[in-house]
Design a protein around this ligand. Structure first.
Ligand SMILES: Cc1cc2nc3c(=O)[nH]c(=O)nc-3n(C[C@H](O)[C@H](O)[C@H](O)COP(=O)(O)O)c2cc1C
Length: 210
């Protein structure tokens, strides 16, 4: 086999990383480089006191097709090791959340909602996203998102520094025209936002059929 540049791939040339001997920060960088592009869960929640919250999570995927289950991985609060992020606090208080799928043109708003602010700050207001009532959960949905998946908390799994949150999807809403009648999506017409390593996003959704 040859590499992308046309060179022959040799075993001896492969660079090795011993994860156990690396710092937490470097392992995080290694994982972020290796697993990309990643989809973005733009997670909306509401606290018991009624304050709305919005934050992006790219350690996110489908956990089961049936029952429809999503998984997000939530790390420690930035700058406060051992403390939970507001998203997790709210999910624990209310037992629900919404995974909103942002379009490529929402990159600025997604970044704005990344801010670690006091729990009483409404991050919809901060990012310019429009909250709308959801159908089956108390957490609001994001009007501008392509698709919103309303979830009931199923289970939390503590895994070192992070908490895996599994949510059962109860109701899904989509922007008009995003999904066709037979549940196909034209990804050139409706561009999804992906996360690359470092501060980079991708909106490049060239399709290769195989
Ligand atoms: C594109 C993007 C993806 C992110 N993915 C994650 C993630 O998967 N897990 C995580 O804990 N934090 C992730 N972050 C950082 C959180 O979004 C940030 O800590 C969050 O906004 C904290 O908000 P909260 O305290 O209101 O929950 C990501 C940030 C960005 C910009």
């Amino acid at each position: 086999m040859t590499s992308q540049s046309g060179d022959r791939v040799s075993v001896a040339d492969r660079t090795r990383y011993d994860v156990g001997a690396m710092t937490e920060g470097d392992v995080y960088k290694l994982l972020s480089c290796a697993v990309q592009p990643r989809p973005i869960a733009w997670v909306s929640t509401v606290s018991a006191a009624g304050v709305r919250n919005l934050a992006p999570f790219s350690f996110f995927t489908v956990a089961s097709r049936s029952p429809a289950t999503l998984m997000i991985s939530i790390g420690e609060r930035i700058g406060a090791p051992g403390e939970p992020k507001d998203t997790l606090v709210n999910i624990r208080e209310t037992g629900n959340f919404v995974v909103n799928i942002p379009s490529a043109d929402a990159a600025d708003a997604v970044t704005a909602s990344f801010a670690t602010v006091e729990p009483d700050v409404d991050e919809f207001a901060l990012s310019g996203a429009t909250p709308i009532a959801s159908h089956s959960v108390s957490a609001p949905s994001v009007l501008e998102s392509l698709i919103s998946l309303e979830c009931e908390l199923l289970q939390e799994v503590e895994l070192g520094t992070d908490t895996l949150v599994l949510g059962t999807v109860t109701t899904v809403t989509s922007r008009p025209g995003v999904l066709s009648e037979n549940l196909h999506v034209d990804i050139l017409e409706h561009q999804f936002l992906g996360r690359l390593a470092g501060p980079f996003y991708t909106t490049d959704m060239n399709r290769v059929a195989q």
